[in-house]
Write a protein that binds this ligand. Structure first.
Ligand code: NAD
Length: 313
């Protein structure tokens, strides 16, 4: 296949490039590098079946086709960055998604939208199942991200209904692994960075809020299966093993730097209290479930960050 990927220089996008190249496909990559980096494309970069274009997908563009598949990952993705660039976040979910859908329509290609568990907001249904419509504050500070993804889902479904587009929608839950940006403020790199530096781990609230962490290799496998499926409605992809943020802080501390103190800070507005995917649908229609446990996934992730954290002496 010839595959177009937006957000290719980001954490998940770069792993998706590697996976497609390893399977023998040709990859055309787009990224404006607002949070991504060339370093993430170290493996893909030199490959003869790989081309990279630095471009903002919210601006008009034309790509030589045809493409067999279009994977749309470009978005600001962590609270720190979407608070810093709220308009760009809304733009990548709206105009950016529309631009990627238009290329898909032109080429009658398959389409994958990487949506998010944030579509469920602060959920009143637990675990979150795809038929739940969510509890999102449409005017809060997180809404630039949550609503941009909900709009992107609506746009994708509408292209499917109006043009018969072969579209798929992944609702991704917290994913971690090598190539996450150390400074993106998400809990996995934040804890590992603090632990490697020997600093106290910062927990927001009392740490009783829960999350479920999926290793990136598992997630990428789910994305590829979904892209090739005939399912048009959203599918949750994530690891159903749920833990509190405080438990996770202990896990990182014990693995990296036992004995570090844990510091508590006020909880940000609209922070979801509970997050766990119901992955029954992914199991049923994709034959997919996560295979990498937290110990194994964290070992690789800590190893990756160890070589990047510069500890002052
Ligand atoms: N990592 C997770 O836990 C998670 C969870 C839910 C959803 N997602 C979604 O998965 C996708 C990838 O997330 P990630 O964790 O790899 O984030 P990331 O920030 O590492 O990657 C996103 C990439 O998109 C690029 N980008 C942003 N706006 C762009 C634009 N207008 N034009 C071109 N490129 C642009 C960035 O430079 C970056 O390389 C995102 O759509 C995100 O919303 C991720």
């Amino acid at each position: 296949m010839r595959i177009l990927i937006s957000g290719a220089a980001g954490f998940i996008g770069s792993h998706l490039c590697d996976r497609f190249l390893a399977e023998g496909h040709e990859v055309v990559a787009l990224d404006n590098l607002i949070t991504g980096s060339y370093a993430n494309l170290d493996t893909a970069g030199g490959h003869p079946r790989f081309r990279f274009y630095e471009h903002d997908i919210t601006q008009p563009f034309d790509m030589d086709g045809p493409f067999d598949a279009v994977c749309h990952l470009a978005s600001l993705a962590s609270p720190k960055f979407y608070y810093a660039y709220p308009i760009a976040t809304l733009e990548s979910g709206s105009t950016g998604t529309r631009n990627m859908l238009e290329i898909t329509r032109r080429d009658n290609a398959r389409f994958l939208l990487t949506s998010t568990s944030e579509c469920y907001g602060d959920p009143e249904v637990h675990p979150q199942v795809e038929t739940y419509w969510g509890n999102v504050n449409p005017v809060g500070p997180r809404s630039c991200y949550d609503e941009s993804k909900r709009y992107a889902e609506a746009m994708t479904m509408t292209y499917h209904r109006v043009y018969g587009l072969k579209s798929t929608i992944a609702r991704i839950f917290n994913t971690y692994g090598p190539r996450m940006a150390l400074d993106d403020g998400r809990v996995v790199p934040a804890f590992i960075d603090q632990a490697l530096r020997g600093e106290p781990l910062t927990v927001y609230g009392d740490g009783s809020q829960t999350r479920s962490f999926c290793y990136v290799r598992d997630l990428v496998d789910g994305l590829v299966r979904l892209l090739m499926s005939e399912e048009r409605y959203p599918v949750n992809l994530g690891n159903p093993a749920e833990m509190t943020i405080l438990e996770f802080a202990h896990h990182v501390r014990d693995a990296v730097n036992p004995g570090l103190p844990i510091q508590f800070q006020p909880l940000p507005q609209d922070d979801p209290k509970r997050r766990r995917p119901d992955i029954g649908k992914a199991r049923r229609i994709l034959g997919w479930e996560p295979l990498v446990g937290l110990d194994e996934g964290m070992r690789d992730t800590v190893e990756y960050f160890r070589s990047r954290v510069v500890v002052a002496t």
